[in-house]
Design a protein around this ligand. Structure first.
Ligand code: CDP
Ligand code: MG
Length: 734
């Protein structure tokens, strides 16, 4: 028997609850902690989880939280990672708000889509309900909720932002919780601005800003009712044990090697306790796991009496959820009862910094780096760089060591570097990314004066101008900065503007089927698998899938082959491609196709392959004409307009070094590379993007001269429609 009001619908409980009062006389937003504690599930199965939940610091402050929530429209909340903010607060809110009685939802946003999913799973379990029913999640390309039934929805922050575009009042929600606000992702930052404004229009909407770091004053001030007042703060006291921090004496020449060495040193010499290592990305993490495992196994074999077994678990956002769950597994047990204890090593990106809490971590190894997006508005190029972390990040990382008992943090840099070289805080994403899609979304919302828009941290005017210029080049906005009909349609797609433009233009070139596939394939993580111990085999397998002259056409080929062999379990594995990434691409493609159908955009293909492939290349030019490089010298390339020297990435399939190359990505590793490339023709640039390739305004360069030669040879270029695809032949003749 239960008196959990949320379980009243369940078949097995229906009888019991209908005889009692299902809602216990709860009055929305006047609910007291005492009532909630009474209403929690009482089944034996959940008592155990409940006991653990009751020990969370947030739980001890339930009364204080509910009182503050009842009396204020906006509250800011800070608490150490692991204090129970993400899993508990949305439940408290649901109990207080009773959203299901009003047909509304409580939303809790997360910066990472996979964390939104795993939190929804955990909370459904805690509440004894089915995932996707009362508690669900909604992330880009995946909606696991049931309209009318779901009342608590975890979601990716960008998903809520997109929803705000179509419903600026966010009418579905009674409370919106922006979680991990300290991460300062672009979407969370924009949502803060939109919610601040929305709060004035919707007095019934409640807003909670949750953060793991102590500099919440910024949010309090931002959400203050007047210039002088601040939003109320609920502080959950931390409960960490002391952490000893060690630095290296000298800077480490190779942080990766230093990580391996340190982990093995801990395993050999330190007391029992699990290790958390921070590295920068998937490949590095998988590599580290293999190396650590190999060396640790050697150590165990040599000294079975003094060294215990070790398991190494990778953790990064693109890992399948079941594998992500492995981080919660207990450490391996000893081989013999009296043998040395086993140890668990989790090797993670910075998602373990604040979003996930792994209990039992006693040692943290921090090389001091993370991967960050950096955008250079001057040249309009975004790249992902391995950069030093901030002091705030370093502190968070160290904090992970003291959850269950006193811990140790090994920083693989000198104390002097920590003090002098690290920035205080990580720069918010809004200050270091390309804003074109966000600007388009804001314009669609009717926010035109972006320079005076109330950002938490305003991006530079240069970045905003660059975004506007790109949208203007794509004809998504007119010269006065007004959003065009094309721009509105583009904003319907959760895609970069170049991709949505190309997709919308593709039916005129009779290749929207193919462009749809390319777009989906570009929207998922890397599809190629190239294990360190089978690189040659992987390259040979890839060579068989290549379409000469185009990485984009190669993506189409891989996708089509995948569909043909969909029921052959071994196909992906034998061909060194990621079956999971391809399945994801298939899902993304379905969703995009539905959006196209809703908007009346045809999904078509030409029948002749040669002409079809030619048109696919042209459609690529319509979206990505600003991302083109011209051959410069024997092997080098030079990007048009900004004249950056670049090289084709080693993974690129263009062997013949064509004169003009369209690229999808500019990346900076050992040198500047362009990746995912297609051989195109110079005349297409003049023909399909004449406004951009207006040679009178073009900087003098080898590229300009080459284009001038083409223009001369072809006579004056013409027949260009700025709105989308080239004008039809008939129009061109006129
Ligand atoms: O959000 P915050 O960092 O304050 O804490 P939380 O994510 O709500 O986590 C509270 C507790 O739940 C921690 O001890 C986590 O380890 C635990 N948890 C879990 O065991 N399994 C999950 N899938 C999520 C959280
Ligand atoms: Mg959290």
């Amino acid at each position: 028997m239960t008196d959990n009001p949320y379980l009243a619908h369940r078949k097995d409980l229906k009888k019991a609850s209908s005889s009692s009062q299902p809602l216990l006389g709860f009055i929305p937003r006047k609910v007291k902690g005492e009532q909630v504690r009474k209403a929690l599930p009482h089944t034996a199965q959940y008592r155990k989880i409940l006991e653990a939940r009751k020990k969370l610091p947030v739980f001890a402050q339930m009364d204080e939280f509910l009182a503050m929530f009842s009396h204020n429209q906006i509250i800011v909340m800070v608490g150490e990672t692991g204090s129970g903010k993400t899993t508990q607060i949305p439940q408290f809110v649901a109990f207080s708000d009773l959203p299901h009685t009003k047909g509304k939802l409580v939303a809790c946003t997360q910066p990472w889509r996979d964390i939104a999913i795993s939190m929804a799973k955990r909370v459904a379990e805690e509440m004894d309900v089915d995932l996707g029913c009362e508690v669900g999640y909604s992330v880009r390309f995946e909606d696991m909720t049931e309209p009318g039934k779901t009342f608590l929805q975890y979601m990716a922050d960008d998903t809520l932002l997109r929803e705000a575009m179509n419903d600026p009042n966010l009418t579905r929600y009674s409370t919106i919780i922006l979680d991990e606000a300290h991460e300062r992702t672009l979407a969370t930052d924009i949502l803060m601005a939109l919610l601040k404004d929305l709060a004035k229009r919707r007095a019934d909407l409640k807003i909670i800003i949750m953060s793991a770091t102590l500099d919440a004053l910024k949010f309090q001030k931002y959400f203050g009712l007047s210039k002088k007042s601040t939003a109320p703060l609920l502080k959950v006291p931390g409960r960490t044990y002391p952490i000893e921090v060690f630095y290296t004496q000298e800077p480490e020449p190779d942080y990766f090697e230093a990580v391996i060495k340190t982990v093995l040193m801990i395993h050999r010499a330190e007391d029992p306790g699990d290790i958390l290592v921070f590295l920068t990305g998937e490949e590095e993490i998988e590599d580290a796991c293999k190396k650590i495992k190999l060396e640790a196994d050697d150590m165990v074999n040599q000294n079975p009496d003094s060294v215990g077994p070790l398991v190494c678990i990778p953790l990064y956002p693109s890992l399948p959820p079941q594998q992500q769950q492995r981080i919660f597994d207990p450490a391996p047990s000893t081989v013999s009862p009296s043998g040395p204890p086993g140890r668990k090593v989790v090797v993670s990106t910075n998602i373990a910094e604040t979003s996930l809490t792994i209990d039992g971590i006693v040692y943290v190894v921090d090389p001091g780096f993370s991967k960050q997006q950096v955008y250079n508005p001057r040249i309009g190029v975004m790249f992902i760089l391995v950069t030093p972390i901030s002091k705030a990040s370093a502190q968070q990382r160290a904090g992970r060591a003291g959850r269950t008992r006193p811990g140790k943090c090994f920083r693989l840099y000198t104390e002097k570097d920590f003090i002098r070289e690290l920035e205080e805080q990580t720069y918010p994403e809004i200050l270091r990314c390309n804003l074109s899609i966000t600007v388009l979304e804001l314009l669609k919302l009717g926010i035109k004066d972006l320079i005076r828009f109330d950002f938490v941290d305003a991006p530079s005017a240069e970045t905003l101008m660059r975004a506007l210029a790109l949208l203007n080049d794509l004809a998504a906005i007119d010269d006065e900065g007004n959003i065009t009909a094309l721009g509105r349609t583009m904003a319907e797609f959760p895609l970069d503007p170049q991709l949505s433009k190309m997709l919308i233009a593709s039916p005129e070139l009779k290749c929207s089927n193919e462009i749809l596939t390319i777009t989906a394939m570009l929207s998922v993580s890397n599809i190629w698998v190239r294990p360190a111990n089978a690189q040659r085999e992987a390259d040979e397998a890839k060579a068989l899938l290549l379409v000469p002259g185009s990485d984009h056409l190669t993506l189409i080929n891989v996708f089509n082959q995948y569909l043909q062999h969909k029921y052959d379990k071994n196909w992906a594995w034998q061909n060194y491609v990621s079956g999971r990434a391809l399945a994801q691409a298939e899902n993304v493609r379905d969703q995009l196709q539905r959006t196209m159908e809703r908007l009346g955009i045809d999904v078509v293909s030409l029948s002749g392959r040669k002409e079809l492939y030619q048109n696919v290349r042209k459609a690529l030019v319509i979206g990505f004409f600003m991302q083109v490089a011209h051959k410069d010298g024997k092997t080098g390339y030079c990007t048009v307009k900004d004249g950056q020297s670049v090289a084709l990435h080693p993974s690129c399939c263009l062997i013949s070094q064509p004169e003009w190359v369209l690229f999808n990505e500019f990346i900076l590793t050992t040198r500047p590379y362009i990746r995912t490339n297609t051989d195109i023709r110079g005349e297409w640039l003049l023909e399909l993007a004449s406004h951009y390739y207006d040679l009178s305004s073009f900087p003098d360069s080898g590229t300009k001269r080459a284009l001038q030669r083409i223009a001369k040879r072809n006579g004056k270029p013409g027949g260009i429609s700025r709105g989308g695809a080239p004008a039809s032949r008939k129009q061109r003749k006129r």
